[in-house]
Every structure is written in structure tokens, then in C-alpha cells.
Write a protein that binds this ligand. Sequence first.
Ligand code: FAD
Length: 403
Amino acid sequence: MDFTLSPEFEDLRVRTRAFVEQHVLRLEAESKNYDPHENIRLALLGPVQAKAKQAGLWAPQAPKEFGGMGLPIVAWAVMYEEANRSIFGPLAFNCSAPDDGNMNLLAKAGTPEQKEKWLRPIVDGTVRSSFAMTEPAPGGGSDPGMIRTRAEKRGDKWVITGHKWFITGADEATHFILIARTSDDARKGLTAFLYHRDQPGWRIVRRIPIMGPEEHGGHCEMEFSGLEVPQENVLLNVGDGLKITQIRLGPARLTHCMRWLGLAKRCMEIAQEYVSQREGFGIRLADRESVQIKLGEIAHQIQIGRLLVMYAAWKLDQGDRARKEVSMAKVHVADTLHNAADVAIQLNGARGYSKDTILEWIYRYARAARLVDGASEVHKMVLARFMREEGRDFWSWSAGNRV
Ligand SMILES: Cc1cc2nc3c(=O)[nH]c(=O)nc-3n(C[C@H](O)[C@H](O)[C@H](O)COP(=O)(O)OP(=O)(O)OC[C@H]3O[C@@H](n4cnc5c(N)ncnc54)[C@H](O)[C@@H]3O)c2cc1C
């Protein structure tokens, strides 16, 4: 077993860290740089993205032939964590959600023509994308088997009617991946379609107001009233919609975790700065054991999360779907991010509750982590199911000899 980072990945980590330090943190530090939805103003994003491209730190998850870095998933873990030391980092490097998951999916599932048309502009950073799956009740949420948005074949086109919501980025996205029902078959009833924002037959009903800061393009409710999609814009085959969600969501859930670990570490950084200066009742806060215990607890939660993420990343790189490992990482890191922000706010006293630091931003953002890409309960249900089905083999190591 070898936990050493290769010189190449260590170089990537160091360069990402330096870039965030030099170009990104200062943008995050000034309130005038934020848009009304608490994200970086687009006018400032372009220049920092150009610098990231020039530095060779661009789209780590996308194939080289399309302008990305073509890195294995363990290297994403190294880079993403450093990138999200700043809340603006992943956008600067074009590795933020939902684009990173969509790029990875299109690279894996698209035909050469689909990749050229739909993937390349997202990698270039000239367009943004959305993945539209979730529906309001009684449609598909945690259970994709309940998806009601329908696609019906008419001639050589698919005609789509239905309702989606919480679709991240939709208000500003150009390229959409839409999951719709094409039959009532339990395994093969869903299909993934590609469509362009300018096509008629759909509309954004509203940008849903949320408690946290927003990705560019918000989280939208959408109505489909006859969107026409040609057969050539079906991703993989008709009936492969569930497969598409699995190809996308495994790595996408893990990249959320990679970013969240960066944010959790930042929370600890801000907490440590404060407690090392602030005095009360005759000593520094940092010298109190009760404060040290709080920090120590989060430190070990973060490190457990890093190991879970690296293991899942490594398994994905081996071609394994890593469903158990991704679920474990997702549940643990979502909780860790929330706990890290909470403890950091507490240790900063009233300052933690203010907007003088980014802790309150992270705290509100963190609450969504236990919901997005599968609620924690659903991941735990999946783990219990695997444990039931696999018995003692549930615990086997990948390359270990089974006894
Ligand atoms: C900020 C944000 C961004 C999002 N972005 C996107 C996006 O870009 N594209 C997209 O398609 N979707 C997106 N979503 C939707 C997200 O994926 C869903 O909210 C999530 O899958 C849960 O579905 P639901 O909201 O319908 O919850 P429901 O299925 O209605 O479940 C409600 C609650 O019931 C509990 N529950 C559900 N099932 C079980 C179970 N089996 N066992 C025990 N308890 C259970 C959980 O506590 C769950 O939170 C986003 C959501 C948020 C909040």
C-alpha cells in the first residue's frame, strides 16, 4: 500500500495552491466582487479563468483532446481540494458543478459528433451546462423510477413534455442533458437527451429562491411543453437513461466531496487564525483543551473524508463503479463540511455569524450537501442493501485475497 503522491500530482497540488493564493483569494475577499446571488461576478470570472488556462490548470476532468487536462480521478481529488480553498476556486479552474459532471459524462458517453458539438464548448468555457433530472412530487426525486417527464417518438423526433425543478445553472446554461421517460420498463424506461437553450418547447418557470448562495444560473423550475429533440441527440441508446445517471453521478458525487473537503479545511484555517489570537479569562482560546478538542474532532473527520474520497477515486480509476465507496464518502463529507463550518462559526464568536468571514456563506451552502446528488438517508439505504447482499464480503479490500 502506497499513499505517496506522484511528483506529477504533487506539482499539480502545489501549483493549484499557489494559483488560489495569488489570484483567487483576493477576489473572494471583497464584497464588491460578488453578484446578487453571492457568487463571483461574471466580469471578473473571465480574466481569472484566462490566467488559469495559461497556467495549465484548466478542466482537470476533461480529455486532453478537448482542451482539458485528462487527469485520472485521484488527481482530481488532489486538485479540487486545493481549488476549493476559495469559494471561487472551482469556477476559476472550470471544475465546478454541474459542468464538471456534465463534461465527464459527455466524454464517456457521447459519440465523436456529440462530443464536438456539446462537450467542447463547455471545456472551452464558452458555454455552461445543466443536468435536468429531479421533478417535483409526485415525480422523480430520490427515486428516479418515479420520473414522469415523457419523451414520445414522432417520426424521427422525440417530443418532450413534463416538469423539472432544482436544476442547477439552468437560467444561464446553453447545453442541457435531460432525463425523460421513454417507456414503463423498470430498468430501461429512461433516456437521456441533449438540447440547446434556444430550442422552443420549454421554459424556465422560476429561479427557485434558496437559503444558500447560488451557482451561476441558480436552481430552476422548468416546464416542457413539446420540446423536439432529434434522434441524434439521444445520449447512448434509448433506454439507457438510468445508466447515464450512474455514469454521471458516481464521479460527480465524489467531486462534490473533493471540493467540500477544501471548504472544510478553509473553515479550520479561519477558526485557527482567530483562536490563536483571541484571549479570554487570562489565556488564548487556542490554549484551552475544550477548544483543541473541537478542532481535533474536525481535523480527524476531514482526514477520514480524504481517505474515503481517495479510496473511491482510486477504485473509479480502476474501472470499478465504487458505489459503496462513493456513498460512504458522500455521507461522511457532507456531514464533515457542515460540522466544520458550525465549529468554525462557534469558535469565531459573533464574528463567525457576520459576513466579515466566508464562514456563514459556507454554512448556508453546506446545508445542501446532505440533499444534493442523493439525500444521506438514500446513500445509507444503499449501503445497508450492499451489506445485506454481500455479507462479510462487503468488507473485502479490492486487491486482497479472500479467505
Ligand atoms: C442546491 C440543490 C441543487 C440541485 N441541483 C440539481 C440538479 O442540477 N439537477 C437535478 O436533477 N437535481 C438537482 N437537485 C435535486 C436533488 O438531487 C434532490 O433534491 C435529491 O435527489 C432529493 O430528491 P427530492 O428533493 O425529491 O427529495 P425526496 O425524494 O422528496 O425526499 C425527501 C426526503 O425524504 C428522505 N428520504 C427519501 N428517500 C428516503 C429513503 N429511501 N430512506 C429514508 N429517507 C428517505 C430524505 O430525508 C429526503 O431528503 C438539487 C437540489 C438542491 C437542494
